[in-house]
Design a protein around this ligand. Structure first.
Ligand code: NAD
Length: 287
């Protein structure tokens, strides 16, 4: 099964020189192929590799029955983990990386952007012990999906007043932690304005244009802003263990198709009325 460049399957064949893996093992794959030689690779921060190559972007990806990756990128997947959830461990990994960047236990967390990754992040920070989890979007379908995943408030900022909802939720000084997951400049500004002094923001959302921001507010509030790219390798272990520990993110799956119906999958994603779309890559059905 796969969605985009995300996938779970079995090892079909091994290249010469591969050790420690066997054909038939259940696996997924880290989508960033890194150089192993730069300063960040040497200190274990592969997410900051200066020469990273992205599977499905810079080289052939997983919209295929087979995908070829270096053995260092192969992640063993325990049989107990549900296949349709492991199918989006790539995005779950982005959410985990961002959500666990800063401590959230007992903290009030704002997430801007209730796309699949924002909603998964909401479930993670809830699981990790946040006090209040508030998510914003301008899309009611997605806000409803976020409510089903257990947020305290899902706010449509096109017509609702975030400061009022913060008050109703018992926030007095602002959010402790912000997770920017929309890539939208207005959402980021709103986040900066809604943080408490000394708050911490993890930025995952990518914008297709430069985003202006209020530097003086960042400075006078003493905010920390941390960019997030891809996943840390240990996020793969955290994901498996969170799922085995009871974190259920399966409600984020809203559509399932056989891979031959991939156009319907793209239609669902482009409509904005979807969470995660899973494609089934088993042999073509006869019907
Ligand atoms: P998505 O596009 O499905 O979701 C983004 C959501 O933001 C949408 O639901 C949209 O309606 C919402 N939004 C738009 N304007 C808003 C506003 N003013 N306030 C609040 N919400 C608003 O994306 P996704 O798949 O959930 O991914 C989240 C973001 O992370 C995207 O920007 C994506 O490009 C980015 N991303 C970054 C990395 C990385 O490594 N940094 C990896 C994967 C995805």
């Amino acid at each position: 099964m796969t969605i985009g460049h995300e996938y779970v399957g079995e090892i079909a064949a091994l290249g010469s020189g591969v050790t420690g893996l066997t054909v038939g093992q259940r696996v997924s794959g880290e989508g960033h192929i890194t150089c192993h030689h730069c300063r960040n690779c040497h200190n274990g921060n592969i997410q900051w590799c200066r020469d990273t190559v992205s599977v499905g972007v810079d080289r052939d990806g997983a919209f295929a029955e087979y995908v070829c990756i270096p053995q260092e990128n192969v992640i063993l997947i325990e049989p107990s983990l549900p296949e349709d959830v492991v199918a989006f461990f790539d995005a779950f990994g982005n959410a985990t990386h961002t959500a666990l960047m800063f401590p959230v236990i007992g903290e009030d967390v704002l997430i801007t952007g209730a796309g699949p990754i924002g909603i998964i992040a909401a479930a993670i920070v809830r699981y990790a012990g946040a006090r209040r989890v508030i998510i914003t979007d301008v899309n009611d379908y997605r806000l409803e999906l976020a409510r089903k995943m257990g947020v305290d408030a899902a706010v449509n900022t096109a017509r609702e007043d975030l400061p009022q909802i913060m008050k109703e939720q018992g926030l007095t000084e602002g959010f402790d932690v912000g997770l920017e997951m929309s890539g939208n400049g207005a959402a980021l500004s709103q986040m900066i304005n809604s943080m408490r002094n000394g708050g911490k923001i993890a930025l995952l959302g990518i914008s297709n244009k430069p985003v202006p921001m209020n530097m003086n507010t960042i400075i006078t509030k003493g905010l920390t802003l941390q960019g997030i790219y891809g996943r840390r390798l240990d996020n793969w272990h955290q994901m498996s263990y969170m799922v085995q520990g009871g974190l259920d993110i399966s409600p984020i799956i809203t559509h399932r198709y056989h891979y031959t119906e991939f156009e319907k999958g793209f239609e669902a994603m482009n409509s904005g009325r979807s969470g995660k779309v899973v494609l089934d890559w088993t042999a073509k059905r006869e019907d």
